[in-house]
Design a protein around this ligand. Structure first.
Ligand code: ADP
Ligand code: MG
Ligand code: MG
Length: 899
């Protein structure tokens, strides 16, 4: 092959570019790591990898190969045959291979593997002779037929299962392992007939034909619906395609001294530093993962084969040192000899992430930066996810009906459904659902995504359900073998206890317990510690969290504030690390009890005098709110936004409430109706709101500013530092800002004079109208801070209302032929549009006022990708809802590391 021809195929261990990022992109994670393990001397069955570039070509060119690929594959096969001293499909000395997919990022279960390729009647006979194990040979053949038929040719999986089951039933066998040679041959005959019935051709016996059909199927699977959906759900973008690994087979199904297993170098649920895994003797490939039989835990392997066990323990150490992270490995034992089939960075719960990373930092394996850079920010809020309330369990006196495996942590309560479709349907109606299945498969992913919890009756800790649920942070109990599910009549039972579709059940993913009852869920352990309901030294989780957040805070530069309107929210946010309030929405204090009555009086006022009277009623209430919030903040700054929503939002719109209001205020229902009509707006978002209210009715502003400043003085007199920042909403023109600022200062000076005391304060504005962004230099002359209100800024920049956008924004973001917006612009800032305005406004603002403080307070403030953008633009802080504060801190640190 001449030099300028692209190389598409790589033998394992060939070349030196060990697991570097680019090798991963080219060979996929599986291929790169197989090459790595080969290079460091681990027992990996030889094979070769066809690169992701070949897949990209295949996808882009109507399922055809780039020039020379076929020959290159055959050349590598030839080499493999030489190394193995065997020939694919040979009638004397047959080589069998697996054909395995593997993209640069792991996508479990998304693309299927074919094992035992090269099997045909001749090679089966040869294999039987060579291994002196006839049953094994025919078992391997029937497994191959099943996988090839299903994965490569699309014959429905269940057809094979049913054919197998029919033979088992006829022969009175419970497990596959009970079938003998003749039974196997019978199974194979039925498979052959089945294949012909579906495909209209005989099952292929030419091994080269088999091989290329399988390679094509792997390439093709890159764009099957499941794979596309998985990439979408996990935000996996920009990959070329999948690589294909062709690897010589080793056999875990050669009898009692053979087996196959899956292990993690640390506990994927808790992160504990202990070897953690499962295996099955006399089994192959997917048996452990698919939950065919419930597997044994790894420590029992010691008594089965001590040498192999010890070898695995050594490999565990070696791999962690090599990759400096927790690994998820697959291995097979063939007649007492160990082979490594895969290693990758282990998927794990956020609990496991925290503990494993903190312990690796403490043992000196990795740096704090590495730890912080790795922990998935998108998962972080799951640390605060609820758990089942044990008091409620005691109070109700409910007992667990059974206990399965604690496959994915978290407590969940919901109505049970037995199919993914039904679960999706019910969740769409707003129900909390629990999906219960015998075992899950990739088709169930949609149902799992919407479920509050998942339960399976078969399969271990490494089963599909367990792995996927952990990935989603969805509580899961797997392998609850006492439960039997009846799909036909939509029920499940343990002994004589039955629940039907739609009944409430609860599961505890920390312990594996299952309850046929409705149990309350309560706050997570970390939240309990923060609330003072639990001592910090009783919670290892909290301690790890605390240490980890210590690393985070050492690294990050952006400050993190919170959007909080109540003392309770403020308290929680400060506990979670908020460094102040970035947005306190005063109107949230206008609801409830006497307040709303006074607010409505103000709205109905016919003149300034009446309005001021109503506002005077509100003043002490607002002042008290601010006092409590300032006290909670204990010296941290608070940005308080003046009244923003249109006034009609405070009026009732149904008859009964109007009637009630009329009685309370001593006016007629007609008057209320009339005023409501008068205030009605066609487009309230662009209507009489924000600073426009304060400009037309300055007395509202006077009251609010007075409440803020008086509260600040009161709290500071008690010895607590206070930093009030008054924020004018919805400014579009600098004159709007200057007008309102003048009024604010007048009030402030008045209060200072009355009290004979002063306090430092700031006055600034939200930037949420595009006009404000592009004239930010004019506004910045008199504003001390800008807070980007990216919700409104997005609505007004893109020209779509958040409340009405769902119908077209879905397709805009998700449909593969559209994707005009990379992410939902209300969740992640539209960097090229809205973000550009933020950048322009920041630069304009700083050009005239270098000291101006810049922050963001929209929903976006808690979104990691947006935070990364904020870091790049050089904002001073982000502000988000209390429970997103830790995520924001982490994302802020990661933004620094990315630079
Ligand atoms: P996945 O990406 O879904 O984990 P794999 O390619 O790892 O798929 O293969 C699925 C199963 O087949 C795994 O359990 C693996 O260990 C097994 N397997 C793959 N290749 C071989 C082989 N050459 N010999 C024996 N078992 C294999
Ligand atoms: Mg695998
Ligand atoms: Mg706004």
């Amino acid at each position: 092959m001449s030099k300028d021809v692209t190389k598409y195929v790589y033998f394992f261990g060939e070349g030196k570019a060990e697991g570097s990022a680019s090798m991963k992109d080219l060979l996929g994670g599986k291929g790169a790591n197989l090459a790595d393990m080969t290079s460091i001397g681990l027992p990996v069955p030889p094979g070769f990898t066809i690169s992701t570039e070949a897949c990209a070509y295949y996808s882009a060119n109507d399922s055809t190969y780039p020039e020379g690929l076929r020959e290159e594959v055959l050349k590598h096969l030839d080499h493999l045959e030489k190394v193995m001293g065997a020939k694919l499909g040979d009638s004397e000395n047959p080589l069998l291979v697996s054909v395995r997919s593997g993209a640069a990022q792991s996508m479990p279960g998304m693309m299927d593997t074919v094992l035992n390729l090269g099997m045909n009647p001749d090679s089966a006979k040869a294999l039987a002779k060579k291994t002196n194990n006839e049953r094994f040979a025919w078992d391997s053949y029937r497994r191959f037929m099943q996988m090839f038929g299903d994965v490569v040719m699309g014959v429905p999986h269940h057809e094979f299962e049913e054919a197998l089951q029919s033979v088992k039933t006829e022969r009175n066998c419970e497990f596959d392992t009970d079938l003998d040679v003749e039974d196997m041959k019978e199974v194979i005959d039925r498979y052959r007939a089945l294949y012909k019935r579906y495909i209209g051709e005989d099952f292929p016996t030419d091994p080269i034909d088999q091989l290329f059909k399988a390679i094509n199927a792997v390439f093709g699977s890159w764009n099957n619906d499941r794979a596309i959906r998985y990439r979408q759900m996990n935000d996996i973008r920009g990959l070329l395609g999948t690589a294909v690994n062709v690897q010589s087979m080793v056999f875990g199904n050669m009898g009692a001294t053979s087996g196959t297993g899956v292990a993690f170098t640390r506990d994927p649920s808790t992160g504990e530093d202990k070897f953690y895994g499962e295996y099955l003797m006399n089994a192959q490939g997917e048996d452990v993962v698919a939950g065919i039989r419930t597997p044994q835990t790894i420590d029992t392997l010691k008594s089965v084969n001590e040498k192999v066990y010890q070898q695995l323990v050594d490999i565990r150490d070696l791999l962690e040192k090599h990759y400096k992270d927790m690994q998820d490995i697959e291995f097979t034992i063939q007649e007492g000899t160990l082979y490594m089939l895969q290693t990758r960075n282990g998927k794990r719960t956020i609990f496991s992430w925290l503990r494993s990373q903190v312990e690796m930092v403490e043992s000196g394996l990795i740096s704090k930066e590495t730890a912080v850079g790795r922990v998935p920010a998108g998962e972080f809020n799951k640390l605060f996810a609820p758990v089942l309330d044990s008091d409620d369990i005691d109070k109700q006196g409910v007992q667990e009906v059974t206990k399965g495996l604690n496959a994915s942590p978290g407590g969940a309560c919901g109505q049970v459904y037995f199919s993914a479709e039904k679960a999706e349907e019910m969740a769409a109606l707003g129900k909390d659902v629990i999906l219960a299945r015998v075992e899950t498969s990739p088709e169930d992913i949609g149902g799992m995504a919407v479920a509050k919890g998942v339960i399976t009756t078969r399969g271990g800790m490494t089963s599909h359900a367990a792995v996927v649920a952990r990935g989603m942070g969805c509580p899961c109990v797997s392998g609850a073998g006492d439960i039997s599910i009846n799909y036909k009549d939509g029920s499940m039972k343990v002994g004589d206890k039955v629940v039907r579709e739609g009944d409430f059940i609860s599961i505890d993913g920390f312990t594996g317990q299952v309850y046929f009852a409705h149990i309350q869920v309560k706050p997570s352990e970390i939240v309990q510690v923060l609330n003072g309901e639990m001592k910090s030294d009783e919670s290892l989780l909290f301690q790890n969290y605390n240490k980890f957040m210590g690393y985070v805070d050492e690294i990050r530069k952006l400050r993190v504030r919170t959007n909080a309107d109540t003392p309770a929210d403020t308290h929680m946010a400060v506990q979670l690390g908020a460094e102040g309030i970035g947005l306190c929405r005063t109107e949230h204090m206008f609801f409830g009890g006497q307040r709303i009555i006074s607010v409505r009086k103000m709205i109905l006022a016919n003149n300034k005098v009446e309005r001021e009277k109503a506002l005077a009623e509100l003043l002490p209430m607002q002042r008290q709110d601010f006092e409590e919030i300032f006290t909670e903040l204990n010296g941290l700054p608070a940005t308080v936004r003046l009244l923003d929503p249109p006034l009609h939002e405070f009026l009732p719109n149904d008859h009964t409430s109007r009637h009630e209001m009329a009685l309370q205020l001593g006016i007629s229902v007609e008057e209320i109706a009339q005023k409501t009509t008068q205030l009605h707006e066609f487009n309230p978002m662009l209507g009489f709101r924000g600073c426009r209210l304060a400009i037309v009715y300055p007395e509202i502003l006077h009251m609010q500013v007075r409440a803020i400043i008086e509260a600040a003085l009161n709290v500071s007199e008690k010895g607590t530092e206070v930093h009030p920042e008054i924020m004018i909403p919805l400014v579009g023109h600098y004159k709007e800002f200057e007008y309102t600022k003048k009024h604010a200062i007048e009030t402030i000076e008045k209060v200072f004079a009355e009290r004979g005391k002063k306090i430092a304060y700031k006055i600034g504005t939200m930037i949420e109208v595009p006009r404000a962004a592009i004239t930010a230099d004019e506004i910045a002359k008199s504003a001390e801070f800008f807070s980007f209100g990216t919700n409104d800024l997005t609505q007004m920049t893109c020209g779509f209302s958040r409340d009405d956008a769902a119908s077209f924004l879905g397709p805009y973001v998700n449909d593969t032929d559209k994707q005009f917006y990379e992410y939902d612009p209300f969740a992640t800032i539209d960097i090229d549009g809205v973000g550009k305005l933020v950048k322009i406004a920041s630069e304009l603002g700083r050009s005239v006022n270098p000291k101006i403080k810049l922050g963001i307070c929209g929903e976006h403030g808690g979104d990691p990708k947006t935070i990364d953008f904020c870091q790049k633009v050089g904002l001073d802080y982000v502000s988000c809802s209390p429970f997103r504060v830790p995520v924001a801190r982490l994302a802020a640190a990661q933004a620094v590391l990315k630079k």
